[in-house]
Design a protein around this ligand. Structure first.
Ligand code: NAI
Ligand code: MG
Length: 355
């Protein structure tokens, strides 16, 4: 029996509701199939925690988290209590950077029973690999001369090390899938970092001659995600470009509430972190109507990460059986509660274990 120690970070708002649902489903899955057990230790770090302690996480938080094999996060943020830049940089971004979670993997595909806002979405199924540690999201810069003549400077930072890492990961993923990769660029407008990105892409491409690699400008690529998403398989992008592209990915799937993601430490020196794409959804928090699928699909990515692909597939099949049967939360056109969807997924898992 393999036992995996997970730190659970429910965070704020619906994050608490959907991590609870996902843990419940994971226990059902591993109990039904045997051979694996997740042991969750939960930490209350959040905006509520900040209100009480003046920090998002205690001083020794990173030392504590380091001892786990993976982190399972809901969502962080409650702008009514704590400004977003404090909650985000005090927890999520801190973990992503200090644990060198340099790659963020975000799949998007058409799920059975979920309507896409696109008129003719066909069966798209792609993965965006996003650089997660630098790029446009940097602290380098500043502001001077407040007032009428104020100047704000925000620098993007691209290191060869991080750029190569994310691009190589994307090529390796493309090899496992369909040997096709699109690199998001903007070397016509951004004249230093993007030509550098393209150069690194070309040099890494040399190591993967059987992968068909194409570069596409981010603006055109964003449009293609809407007009012909089925044409894509693996896409690699910088931090900002990947962030924007993956919101389009969630949108064309039908809801941000179903989109999953994994933040990967490639060297295995630190735990990787699994979290859905959506935030804490303060507008629906506490109502019991949050869609648990983003968090459940994230759990599937965690299973895959640990080599339990078969269990991951069982979970994904159960999710799609449930959406196909019309048991859906409001954001995807249903009337079911978080609990009803969760119970239905558990039932499907138990059925599949019996058959
Ligand atoms: P959001 O993703 O929380 O919500 C956007 C919209 O999607 C809302 O209408 C919400 O009701 C809906 N939605 C989100 N998740 C859903 C789910 N599981 N089921 C059904 N509907 C869902 O983004 P927003 O409103 O921009 O941010 C709210 C807070 O979350 C902010 O404090 C923000 O900083 C934080 N945030 C945190 C993230 C994280 O922890 N990874 C990511 C994005 C935002
Ligand atoms: Mg985003």
């Amino acid at each position: 029996m393999r036992k995996i120690e997970i730190a659970s970070l429910p965070g704020d708002g619906v994050g608490i509701e959907v991590t609870e649902a996902a843990k419940d489903v994971l226990h059902t899955l591993t109990d039904a199939h045997g051979g694996l057990r997740f042991s969750f230790s939960s930490f209350p770090w959040s905006c509520d925690y900040y209100s009480e302690h003046g920090v998002m996480m205690p001083k020794d938080a990173m030392t504590t988290l380091r001892q786990f094999e993976a982190l399972f996060l809901g969502a962080v943020g409650n702008p009514a209590l704590v400004p977003d830049h404090i909650s985000l940089w005090g927890m999520l971004i801190k973990i992503r950077r200090e644990f060198e979670l340099s790659v963020n993997v975000r799949p998007a595909k058409r799920l059975k029973g979920i309507a896409s806002p696109l008129a003719n979405p066909k069966s798209f199924d792609f993965v965006v690999v996003r650089e997660n540690s630098e790029g446009e999201y940097s602290e380098v810069g500043g502001r001077i001369h407040q007032g009428e003549h104020e100047v704000a400077i925000q620098n993007a930072v691209f290191t060869r090390r991080a750029t190569e890492k994310v691009i190589r990961y994307a090529f390796q993923l493309a090899e496992k899938r369909d040997n096709r990769l699109v690199s998001a660029t903007k070397s016509n407008g951004i004249v230093h970092s993007m030509p550098f990105w393209d150069e690194v892409t070309k040099s890494v491409a040399g190591e993967y001659p059987h992968v068909d690699m194409q570069s596409s400008h981010i603006d055109a690529l964003a449009a293609f995600f809407v007009t012909k998403p089925a044409d894509f398989d693996v896409i690699v992008a910088s931090n900002l470009f990947g962030d924007v592209l993956t919101d389009i990915g969630s949108a064309i799937m039908g809801s941000i509430g179903i989109a999953p993601s994994a933040n990967i430490n490639l060297e295995g020196r630190f735990p990787s972190m699994f979290e859905p794409v959506h935030g804490s959804a303060p507008d629906i928090a506490g109502k019991g109507i949050a869609n648990p699928i983003g968090q459940l699909w994230t759990a599937k990515m965690m299973l895959d990460h640990f080599g339990f692909e078969e269990l991951g597939q069982t979970l994904m099949d159960a999710i799609e059986n449930v959406t196909e049967a019309g048991i859906k939360t409001r954001d995807i056109g249903g009337t079911s509660s978080t609990k009803e969807v969760t119970e239905a997924v558990k039932q499907k898992i138990l059925q599949s274990a019996r058959s």
